[in-house]
Design a protein around this ligand. Structure first.
Ligand code: APR
Length: 232
C-alpha cells in the first residue's frame, strides 16, 4: 500500500467547532500565549493554566469529528495512512484513524509537572471526569499538569515525525499556517518527487521550493476534492 502521510493543524478541527489559534477570534486573540502555553506561565499561575486546559477539555467532550476527519480515517482502506498532528484534540482517533503521532501533546492526558515525559506518570482522563484541580498529584507526588508541549519545550516526537515524512509516497497538509517549528520544518523531509497537497481555505506562507497542489477549501470539502484527485 502507498504511504499517505498527513500533517494536520488546528484548521482540521475548525469544522468540528474548535477554534484555531491564529484566525481572527482564534485562541491567541483571547488568551496570551505566554500565560497559558509556556512553562513560565505555568510556574507563574498554575491555576490559570489548569483552568484554561479544563475549559478546552470540556469543550472537546461536546464536539464530534468533522467529515474531513472521517474521510481521512476511511482512506486507511486504500492507503497506509500515517497522521502527524499538531492538534491536541482526539478527533482523529475518534473518527477512526489508527496511526496518529501527536507533536504537541494530548488534551485528554495529564502528566507529572516534575518529569512531564516520563511515561510512568502520564494518565488519560475519562471524558466524564476531565477537570484537574490544583492539589491533584501525579504518581511521583508532583502537581498534575497538562500533557501538552508548551512553547520552549522539546518536541519529543519530532524525530519520529521526520522519519515518517521521509517515507511518504503522497504528502498531505491540512489546516496549518505552518507558523510553528519544528512542525513546519517537516516539509523538508518529504522525498524528492513526492506529490504534496495542501488543504486550506486561505493562502499559506509556503517556505519551500517544493511544488505544492493547494486545494483552497475547508477540510471537509477539501478532502472530497483530494480523494477525487487521487482517483484521477
Ligand atoms: N479547514 C481547513 N483549514 C482551515 C479551516 C478549515 N475549515 N479554517 C481555518 N483553516 C486554516 C487557517 O487558514 C490556517 O492556515 O487552518 C490554519 C490554522 O492555523 P493556526 O491557527 O496557526 O493553527 P496551527 O497551524 O495548527 O498552529 C500550530 O501553534 O499555538 C501553537 O501549539 C499550537 O499546534 C498549534 C501550533
Amino acid at each position: 500500500m502507498k504511504k499517505l502521510v498527513v500533517l494536520t493543524g488546528a484548521g482540521m478541527s475548525a469544522e468540528s467547532g474548535i477554534s484555531t489559534f491564529r484566525d481572527s477570534g482564534g485562541l491567541w486573540d483571547t488568551y496570551k500565549v505566554e500565560d497559558v502555553a509556556t512553562p513560565e506561565g505555568w510556574y507563574r499561575n498554575p491555576q490559570l493554566v489548569t483552568d484554561f486546559y479544563n475549559t478546552r477539555r470540556r469543550e472537546l467532550q461536546n464536539v464530534e469529528p468533522c467529515l474531513g476527519h472521517k474521510l481521512l480515517a476511511q482512506l486507511e482502506q486504500e492507503y497506509d495512512v500515517q497522521i502527524i498532528t499538531q492538534n491536541v484534540d482526539n478527533l482523529h482517533e475518534r473518527a477512526g484513524s489508527t496511526k496518529v503521532c501527536h507533536l504537541h501533546g494530548e488534551l485528554m492526558k495529564v502528566c507529572s509537572s516534575r518529569d512531564p515525559n516520563n511515561p510512568h506518570f502520564i494518565e488519560t482522563l475519562p471524558p466524564d471526569h476531565c477537570d484537574v484541580k490544583i492539589g491533584d498529584k501525579a504518581k511521583d507526588g508532583s502537581q498534575l499538569r497538562p500533557f501538552i508541549v508548551w512553547f520552549g519545550e522539546a518536541v519529543p516526537n519530532i524525530e519520529q515525525a521526520a522519519e515518517l515524512s521521509s517515507k511518504a509516497d503522497i504528502y498531505l497538509i491540512i489546516g496549518t499556517s505552518l507558523n510553528v517549528y519544528p512542525a513546519a520544518g517537516l516539509i523538508h523531509y518529504v522525498p524528492e518527487g513526492c506529490p504534496i497537497y495542501l488543504i486550506d481555505p486561505k493562502p499559506v506562507q509556503w517556505n519551500s521550493m517544493l511544488p505544492v497542489h493547494h486545494i483552497m477549501k475547508g477540510a471537509s470539502e477539501g478532502m472530497k476534492e483530494f480523494i477525487e484527485r487521487l482517483k484521477g
